[in-house]
Write a protein of this length. Sequence first.
Length: 563
Amino acid sequence: MPNASMDAHETGSATAASSIDTDVLIVGLGPVGAALANLLGRYGVRVLAVDKATEIFTKPRAIALDNEALRILQSVGVRDGEFATVALPQVQYYSPLFGRFARINSAGIVDGHPMVVTFYQPELEQLLRSKLAQYPGVEVRLGVALESFTEEGHQVLASLKDQDGALLQVCARYLVGADGANSLVRCLLGLEFEGRTFAQDWLIVDALDVPNPIDHCEFICDPRRPTPHMVAPGGRQRWEFMLKPGERPEEMERPESVRRLLAPWCDADHVRIERTAVYRFQAREARSFSKGRCFLAGDAAHVTPPFAGQGLVAGLRDAANLAWKLAWVVRGHADESILDSYDAERRPHARKIINLARFLGALVMPGNRAAAFVVHGLMSAIRLLPAGRRLFEDLKMKPENTFDSGLFWRDKRAERLRAGSTLPQGWVRPGSASAPMLSDDALGLHWALIGIGVDPAARVRPDQLERWQRAGGKVWQWCHRAQAQHLGAATQRLEALDEALLPRRAPLGWSVIVRPDRCVLAEGPVEQVEAMLEQALRRIAPAAKVPAARNSPASSTSLVDAV
Ligand SMILES: Cc1cc2nc3c(=O)[nH]c(=O)nc-3n(C[C@H](O)[C@H](O)[C@H](O)COP(=O)(O)OP(=O)(O)OC[C@H]3O[C@@H](n4cnc5c(N)ncnc54)[C@H](O)[C@@H]3O)c2cc1C
């Protein structure tokens, strides 16, 4: 078992031969690698995180995050206001033929966070990196590139090189490739990156001191030059211009070209152009997100055109899904086969997000005027129907983060919260504290057995309770406001201050088992809680025997359920 109290120097156990022994080697310290390293650090896992670059990438990339991403960052330890965000009240779609043909209402709060915000990616990356210093088990090495690795027995042996050419050998129990779209890890694992690269280049422009800035996001879906435009923190405005055939990226990035493109929007001569970049978008996913003891996360596993603002969000979902599984296995609290559920859960959802982005891309960049007429005309017509309007305006077309198969089980006769989906988050007052807090913070990064208005501890056997606590589980009563005083131990009480969970989502007398990543493992009436807990314990408990190598036939009786 790793020793969480070791300091950074001991953690790496560096020797004269420049070899390091660790639990998890993270290759790539972009936002996804950094979020994962933080989560593993919070769980007390020994981590070596390397990046071949010495500086954070500062070219314009992600600008939007949704409530799911903000909730994951909350679990990573990012507090409200620690990085600048601007909430987007709406997203509008304009066509030269039909005017405003679609609108998304993105105002409002979901699970304690704004539905959509814009942010400045380098600031978030800097924040995530700075937080790593607090974890004694996490060592960061910049300017160190992965060169090769092999899997031997229960270990991954990796060769890395620093910028002076010095070699570093790393022996890790697991390796995570968070090394971006051109992932060497993915390449060395021989995993194809399936999908397509679009034909068009896009010029991204972040500008400051823009007269008449907008406070929302708009997509000008003109087939001659599709142009998304939105507000961002720090007084920024972002434009994304699709380049036409024959327009060369290096020429279009020149200040005079950028000012020409900005001229229809504002007094371009008085605008400060902060940064520009040209990208060719891709929609691809790795054939598998894991192989043996190696995992892919973030752009290494999937890339999507930015029209849904979901590339990094999907990467953060990867980090949240993978971190606790690695932590529980490394600490000996769970069987290694729970790791199989990472690919089973994450890959289908990442594909749904890519498909959403492709759909929105078809709205934003119809190939020609005829396609624009058909697509935008159809969208205008759909808006006339209440159901169609709701689908788009209320963001109902965004795939829910609910798994079809994975580490959970559903009882279709008793379904309220839907196992395999995420537990709603609300404001609660823990019995042991007076200040309201978000429920994820109250639950902590643990397994949770929750009784809705009832004490589930009273319904399970003492030996189960003891095994549950040994496996890192806690027990809670989530009570109606002012109901709490009738119930059991105050340390296990959460008093609901809103209706995020009860009574709308789960009735009184309900019980639910929630994973550390807030995915519902199982649910049912509290009368069934003893059987539910027994099954949960069986599924996560480490096998008594030495586990067989992953992906070997012997380990195929995994915890991954096809539901
Ligand atoms: C124009 C644009 C707009 C976007 N808009 C959005 C948006 O609004 N919302 C959203 O959610 N997403 C958006 N995205 C996507 C988002 O930016 C990416 O998904 C995200 O940055 C990926 O993070 P990552 O950590 O997976 O990879 P990266 O940020 O690419 O990090 C990978 C890291 O791995 C390192 N590395 C690579 N190879 C090695 C090696 N061999 N050894 C060691 N280190 C290595 C690299 O130096 C790098 O630091 C956008 C992208 C673009 C281009």
